[in-house]
Ligand binder design. Structure first.
Ligand code: SAM
Ligand code: SF4
Length: 375
């Protein structure tokens, strides 16, 4: 049986954060019901496609804010998913959560549904920063939600932390990360704020109402956060992800290893049989016309190879040369001789134990390294 990851996009938020361009709309009961009916249909529509050949080993409820919808709705989705496909007993079943929607009752229900990993959007524990970026919770609620999740039985918790926010300082990052580590969480996603076109923050910067930290300070914040996490046994396994040993996110590892997954819900992306496709980022269209999926071109051999290298280089483990050669029936060292020599001389990649990895310097300018492999 082939393994499959399943992503479910829950497209609702209470309020849009000023930096975020993930697809979501305001929640109401009627939209939730329509959305759930459409997702259940989409799941059922996969029956012939999967044809009993797959077993699911990870499920990820992302958003938006999955914790906004009723636990009964999540229960229904899981039930219909389990009718479609065997969900492995040891599967990782993750859910993204916003601190202000996490009540103890809900958390207990999530455990009963089978959710065993929570990813809480903390972003910062500085209340001024949280206000500035339009979060609907404060730092106290963030800490309480982690403690509540622990006492409801969650033993695999990630928190999202953002740096590179205007006005943020290295000491804020250190304070946020050390207070999170004290709560005994298992994983931290550490994202550099990127201004996305169409968001309020993007407009503010364009109109000179806010000033982004300069590149040097952005790196300083990153190094400070990384070093603090590493000193506390949070191992970096991907450019933006750190975890205690054994708590790497298995679902996200699928994305970085070019494994197969299906994405359900508006705006969700899928990768199956060498084809990438996605659903339209439009809830109304998704509910009315079902899933007129946007099929991105079938990826050719070269595209797949380049994408694989780019994804794997994001991981600390890097590209396993032996695995690459058998996956693509080729010789990595031979075809990328020039790139390996140039990037190696400039201390951007290193070869060790049969793996090509980014060096620390390479991580800082990873896009440059990826481009080289495209040539
Ligand atoms: C899709 S959100 C889901 C989390 C949940 N909705 C919440 O915000 O509490 C996943 C994470 O992406 C990160 N993120 C969103 N927009 C970003 C941006 N423009 N730059 C960097 N990180 C971003 C945030 O850390 C956020 O928690
Ligand atoms: S960061 Fe999370 S809560 Fe904020 S708008 Fe994006 S998805 Fe919604």
């Amino acid at each position: 049986m082939k393994k499959l990851g399943i992503y479910v996009h829950i497209p609702f938020c209470r309020q849009k954060c000023s930096y975020c361009d993930f697809y979501s709309v305001n929640w109401n009961d009627e939209s939730e019901n329509k959305y759930v009916a459409a997702v259940l249909n989409e799941i059922k529509g996969y029956k012939d496609r999967l044809n009993g050949q797959y077993v699911a080993d990870s499920v990820f409820f992302g958003g938006g804010t999955p914790t906004i919808i009723k636990p009964e709705s999540l229960y229904k989705i899981m039930e219909v998913l389990r009718d479609l496909i065997e969900v492995n007993k040891n599967s990782e079943i993750s859910m993204e959560a916003n601190p202000n929607t996490l009540t103890f009752e809900k958390l207990r229900e999530y455990r009963e549904i089978g959710i065993n990993r929570l990813s809480i959007g903390v972003q910062s524990l500085n209340d001024d920063i949280l206000k500035k970026i339009g979060r609907v919770h404060d730092s106290r609620q963030a800490i309480e939600s982690i403690d509540r999740a622990k006492s409801a039985g969650f033993s695999n918790i990630n928190t999202d932390v953002m740096f590179n926010i205007p006005g943020q300082e290295v000491s804020d990052i250190e304070d946020t990360i050390s207070r999170l580590i004290e709560r005994n969480i298992e994983h931290i996603s550490f994202y550099s704020l990127k201004l996305e076109k169409g968001t309020p923050m993007y407009a503010l910067e364009k109109n000179n109402k806010i000033v982004m930290p300069d590149e040097e300070y952005e790196r300083e914040m990153y190094y400070a956060g990384r070093s603090l996490m590493e000193r506390n046994n949070f191992l970096q396994y991907e450019i933006s992800n750190f975890s205690k040993n054994g708590f790497e996110c298995r679902h996200n590892l699928k994305y970085w290893s070019q494994d197969e997954y299906i994405g359900l819900g508006p705006s969700a992306h899928s990768f199956m049989d060498g084809v990438r496709y996605s659903n339209p980022a439009d809830l109304k269209m998704y509910c009315v016309s079902g899933f007129n999926r946007i099929v991105h071109e079938r990826m050719n051999y070269e595209d797949l190879m380049f994408e694989y290298i780019m994804l794997r280089l994001r991981l600390s483990e890097g590209v396993d040369i032996h695995e690459f050669n058998s996956r693509f029936s080729t010789d990595f060292i031979k075809i990328y001789q020039e790139q390996i020599s140039h990037l190696g001389k400039n201390n951007l990649i290193e070869l060790s134990d049969g793996h090509i990895k980014l060096t620390e310097k390479g991580m800082d300018i990873s896009n440059y390294v990826f481009e080289k492999f495209m040539q």
